[in-house]
Every structure is written in structure tokens, then in C-alpha cells.
Ligand binder design. Structure first.
Ligand SMILES: [Zn+2]
Length: 529
């Protein structure tokens, strides 16, 4: 856990780092020379400057590289269709579990202007009419846990393509979990319509008890004062949340929580074992990855107190703790989570496909997102993957791991807690966009209904983001972030991938156009990535 380069929750980059190069004092095989990314020092330097300077600097950086922003996608944001009408469409509004049959949905200036029975509401003259007969309209999807390749060793110029891939998958809002100043610029560019991409929420650079090598993007906080300072700077810089990662002591944590309350910003992310689940629930932190839950469900008399939450998942001996799970505690902890009223983003798929269910190289290569992994990333990731699976924990323990995580999610949901879908991509050949759909299936596999799974990627995150009045459901006045599907996702959640087209901020893109865009992006990644 101490040797991991960046955030602890097992990103593929970390997997590669840890498995392929367990010592951080050596250069990773896929690392680039230092001048191609922001060094930790530089990052710290930038964050020390007053907000205005930081903003000017990052704007300058983005303006300096305009050629790299793909013209086609920029264009799309500019000439959105003024009026669009979906006619005879089945609407899944997500206000409650129901399907409104045979509707007309009129979109004007990026908003849902009208919605009603097709017999009464007609498409306005001159509108672009989209035949929705037999099709299903759902709100645009929200991915609550993402990162970008361009966060670290890949150029910022890649970001526009990365965001476009998400929209092509029906993802119209995302939360970036370890923010950078560049992300704040991207957030503004999407909001102003200058850049085609999902609406961005950006968590702060990570607060961690120690730095993980050269690509860190964060604040090292070892004292309460450092924590207070980092929270204040992050708030001043304009980040939407404070992101906690690991090696956080209780006094540091408490100081961060207290300061965050004072300055009015919410704390999200990991829960260090030094903090513990109990405390995180008490202060109502929004928890990612079910961090610290595995430890919280060990039997009272378990000879082991550490388990496989967070970075513990990398340690083979920790897997023995799965023999000491108290299943009654699983239900109890799930109830306590629901009672705390926090939103849970379990990122089930990432952990399932990284640690519980073996995937062959061929299976990985056959994934439709594989082509978007920059070529120089592929082999190191495959090597790392093979190394982990050369000597995996026993199948039985992996089964328990999967089952307990699923039970926690189902338990939290059934107790009235709110679940949010997050992919934690682009990790271990699990790309953004594509993996959000995998996560929806994982939530159903855990025991949620297709409706509840869809809620986890629409209204629940919108509610958490305090933006349900703007998006997350299909209602008059809301932003026109929509996905048109061939089949009903409430019958089979996998139908969220049967897209007819995506509407992002009122701009309609049929599937053929999206496919063409993805092909172009894949070519660029192959060439420049
Ligand atoms: Zn993450």
C-alpha cells in the first residue's frame, strides 16, 4: 500500500506499478520522460498561487494547444439543433418507476420544452423530428467516478477525445475524482458550449498522508494544519468536492471534515482504516469503493483486523480475513449506511474484474473499448494483469469477496440507502463510457432491479450533486441530456447499450454519427496515444 504511485484504489496504472515494479524508486516501463506531464512540484506550485493566477495559467495552457482539440467535436457543441422533437416515443422519466407510452418530447435551446401524449403534443414546424416508435428515451447517464488518461502521462490534448467517448456511450455527466487545474478549464468549456463533452464535476486534488511517486496530483497532509490548508485552497480554486485518499490519520481527517464544513464543500472518497467506517458514517462522508467495509464486517473475535478494502486488496495475506466475515454484520453495516443518509458509489465492476473474476488476455483484447487504450499502455497493463493472476487468492475467497460486496450494495439499497454508479475508469482495460454500462449490469447482478440500477446512474447522482432540478430525470424544463434506446432497459439493463442516439445539451447525435466519431478517435489514439 505504501508503494503505490497514485490513489490507492487499485487503478490499473497502480496495478501495473505495483505488480510490474513493486519498488517506486525505479522508473515504470511505461512512464514517459518528466517533461510530458505536470510534476508534483509544479502541481503544488500552481495550487499555491492565487486563484486568478492558476486560472490564467491553465487557460493559457489550453489555448496554447488548440490544434489538439478535435475540430469536429468542438463544432458539434456549437451548432446544436435549435428544435428537436422525439415523436411516438416511450419515455422512462425516472421520477418514479413507470414508462410513459407514446409521447412527444420537444427540445428547444438545450432544454426539454414540452412533453406529453403524442395525440396532443405535436412536433413544432421546422423541428428535427426523430421517430421514437417502439423506442425508449432515458435521461443521459451519470458516471460518478472517472479519471482521464490525460490526468498524468498523456497530453492534456487527449482530454477532448476522452470526453467525447463518454458522450458517445450515453454518459452526459461525470465526476472526475482526482481533479487538476486543467479539469476546471474543461468544466467551463463544456458548460459554455465551447467543448463537446459531458457536464463535469471535479473533485479536488487528492488529500493523502503521503505522496505516491511522481504522478500524484494532490496534497500530502500529515498534520491538521496541512489538511485545513489543502481544503481551503481546493475550495478557493473552485473544485466541487474534497477528495480524500489514504494514509489519513484521524486528527488530519477530523480537521479536513471540520474545515470543509466551515468553507462549504463536501468530502468524498476513500476511508482510511485509521479513520474507520464508523467515523466516516458519523460525519456523513460520501464513500467510494465500499472502502473500510470489509474490515467493518469481520467477526469480533477475528484474529485478523485488516482485510481487503482499499489497498489491502493487493496483499495476499489479507485475503485470509475473508474466512472471518460475520454475515450478520453485513446487514447491520448496510443498515447503518442507509441510516447515515450517505450516497454509496461502490465501483463494483472495477473490483470484480480486477480481483474476483479472472479475465483472459484474449477476453480483454476482445473488449470493444480496448482500441481506446493508448498503445503504449497496453502491454504494461497486460503484464500487470498476468502477474496478479499468476498467483491469485483462492477461488473460494474471491467468491466471498464478490458476494459480500454485492450483499452490502443490495443491503444498503434495500435499507433505503442511495447507490450511485461509478466506473473508476480508465483502469485495467475498463474504459469510461463502456464501463458505466458494465457497472449497471453489476448492480443488477448484486440484486438491484434494473430500475434501481438506472436510478444509480441518473436521478441518485443528480440528487447527490444537488442538481436534480437541472438533470437526472426527463421532465419539462430540464436539460436535454437524453439517450434513445432500441429496447426497454427496465426489462433488461443491458438494453442501455442498444442506442439509437444520444442527445447532449440539446445536440442530437444519431448512432451512426457517434460510431464515426469513435472510429476517428480510435485512429488518433492509435497514432498519438
Ligand atoms: Zn478512482
Amino acid at each position: 500500500m505504501e508503494k503505490i504511485r497514485r490513489t490507492i484504489h487499485a487503478t490499473a496504472r497502480e496495478l501495473a506499478n505495483r505488480a510490474a515494479r513493486p519498488r517506486v524508486d525505479k522508473k515504470l516501463p511505461f512512464e514517459l520522460s518528466g517533461n510530458q506531464r505536470i510534476s508534483e512540484e509544479e502541481m503544488k506550485e500552481r495550487l499555491k498561487r492565487p486563484l486568478r493566477n492558476v486560472t490564467l495559467l491553465v487557460i493559457a495552457l489550453v489555448l496554447m494547444a488548440p490544434v489538439a482539440l478535435p475540430g469536429a467535436t468542438e463544432q458539434m457543441a456549437r451548432d446544436g439543433n435549435p428544435v428537436v422533437a422525439f415523436v411516438n416515443v416511450n419515455v422512462i422519466p425516472m421520477d418514479r418507476e413507470r414508462v410513459l407510452k407514446n409521447q412527444t418530447v420537444v427540445v428547444r435551446d438545450g432544454r426539454i420544452a414540452e412533453i406529453g401524449d403524442a395525440a396532443k403534443v405535436k412536433a413544432p414546424a421546422g423541428a428535427l423530428v426523430i421517430d421514437g416508435r417502439g423506442k425508449y428515451l432515458i435521461p443521459g447517464l451519470i458516471d460518478m467516478h472517472t479519471h482521464l488518461f490525460s490526468d498524468d502521462e498523456f497530453p492534456d490534448a487527449l482530454a477532448a477525445d476522452e470526453l467525447a467517448i463518454m458522450v458517445a456511450n450515453g454518459v452526459t455527466t461525470i465526476r472526475l475524482m482526482i481533479g487538476t487545474p486543467e479539469h476546471l478549464v474543461l468544466r467551463e468549456k463544456v458548460a459554455s458550449g465551447a467543448l463537446f463533452g459531458p457536464t463535469l464535476y471535479v473533485a479536488s486534488p487528492q488529500l493523502a498522508g503521503r505522496s505516491y511517486g511522481r504522478i500524484f496530483n494532490g496534497y500530502v497532509v500529515t498534520t491538521p494544519d496541512e489538511a485545513r490548508e489543502a481544503v481551503k485552497k481546493s475550495k478557493a480554486a473552485g473544485y466541487d468536492f474534497i477528495k480524500m485518499t489514504t494514509n489519513i490519520t484521524r486528527p488530519v481527517y477530523d480537521a479536513a471534515i471540520e474545515t470543509a464544513r466551515e468553507v462549504g464543500i463536501r468530502v468524498v472518497g476513500h476511508v482510511d482504516l485509521q479513520v474507520g467506517l464508523h467515523r466516516a458514517l458519523e460525519v456523513k462522508q460520501q464513500i467510494e469503493h465500499l472502502d473500510s467495509y470489509m474490515e467493518a464486517v469481520l467477526k469480533d473475535d477475528s484474529p485478523m483486523k485488516v482485510s481487503v478494502s482499499d489497498s489491502g486488496v493487493w496483499r495476499r495475506p489479507n485475503w485470509e480475513s475473508l474466512d472471518y466475515i460475520d454475515e450478520r454484520k453485513v446487514a447491520r453495516v448496510a443498515k447503518a449506511t442507509a441510516k447515515a443518509g450517505i450516497y454509496t458509489c461502490p465501483t463494483l465492476t472495477f473490483f470484480k474484474l480486477s480481483f474476483a473474476v479472472e479475465q483472459s488476455d484474449d477476453e480483454i483484447r476482445a473488449r470493444k473499448d480496448f482500441r481506446f487504450f493508448p498503445p503504449k499502455r497496453r502491454e504494461p497493463l497486460l503484464v500487470a494483469h498476468r502477474r496478479f493472476w499468476t498467483e491469485p487468492p483462492s477461488a473460494e475467497r474471491r467468491q466471498i469477496y464478490l458476494r459480500v460486496r454485492n450483499q452490502l450494495v443490495k443491503g444498503i439499497h434495500e435499507a433505503g440507502g442511495k447507490i450511485m454508479a461509478g466506473s473508476d475508469t480508465p483502469e485495467l482495460f475498463l474504459l469510461y463510457g463502456y464501463t458505466l454500462h458494465r457497472e449497471l449490469r453489476s448492480l443488477v447482478e448484486a440484486g438491484l432491479s434494473p430500475y434501481a440500477a438506472l436510478e444509480a446512474a441518473t436521478r441518485n447522482p443528480a440528487e447527490f450533486l444537488k442538481a436534480l432540478d437541472t438533470f437526472g430525470t426527463i421532465e419539462r424544463g430540464k436539460r436535454a441530456d437524453l439517450v434513445l434506446l432500441e429496447a426497454n432497459p427496465l426489462d433488461d439493463i443491458a438494453n442501455t447499450e442498444k442506442r439509437v442516439g444520444v442527445m447532449s445539451r440539446g445536440r442530437w447525435m444519431p448512432e451512426a454519427e457517434l460510431k464515426k466519431m469513435l472510429d476517428q478517435i480510435a485512429e488518433r489514439f492509435e497514432r498519438d496515444g
